[in-house]
Design a binder for this molecule. Sequence first.
Ligand SMILES: [Fe+2]
Length: 223
Amino acid sequence: MNGENVADGAGITPKLADKLLASGADVVTLGNHTYRRTGIGEYLASSERVIRPANAGAETKGRGLAVVEARNGVAVAVVNLLGSLFLDTPVAPWEMVDGLVEEASAAAPVVLVDFHAEATSEKIAMARWLDGRVTAVVGTHTHVQTNDARIMPGGTAAVTDAGMTGPHDSVIGVKAELAIGRMRTRLPIRFEPAEGGVRLEGVVVDCSDDGRAHGIELLRLDG
Ligand SMILES: [Fe+2]
C-alpha cells in the first residue's frame, strides 16, 4: 500500500508505518510527502519494507526498492518512483527507472512499480515504457481512481491511479471548506482531514508465479 498520507493527510510516522505492516501490508510505499514527520528518516534508513521514492535524492534516507515473499513463497519486488511533472522531484524518474527495474527483476519474478505522480500523461508514458518488463505499474498520488485499469500489449498491468482510501466527502481527503478557502483566498489555511464518505480504494492484480499479469481490477468498497 501507499502510505504517504496516513499521518493526518501528510506524511507517515514510525508508529503508523508499524501499524500498517501489522495490519497486513507487505510493503508500504511513500511519495512527495515522505519526510513531513520527524523521525521517519531514521526509520526508513533501517526499514526493508517501508520504502520511499528511489529518485528522492542522494541526501535522503531510505531505499526505493523492497523485495518480499508472497504467501506462496514467490519473491515480489516493489519499486517506488516519483514523477517529475508538476512535482518538485530531485532526480527525473527516467534517469533511474531502467536500472531499478533491472535490479528488481534480478531479485524477483514479480515486479510491482508504484509510480507516484501527478500527470496522467507521465503515468501512462511510464507504464508504456515498462510494458513487458514488469508485472504492474500502479499510479498513486492524485487520490482519484482512474477508469483505465488494463493489460497493455506487452503483458504488463497498469492503472493511472489506484485512488484513495479515506474520506471522499472532501477535496482529496481534506475538509472541503478548508481546501476551497485556501484556493479562494490564497491564505495559509491549515488543512484538516475530512471524515465523511470513507471508502477503501485500490486495485487487484492477478498474476502467475513468473510475474506475468493476467488481469487487473479496480477495487472500491464503501465504509
Ligand atoms: Fe503524493
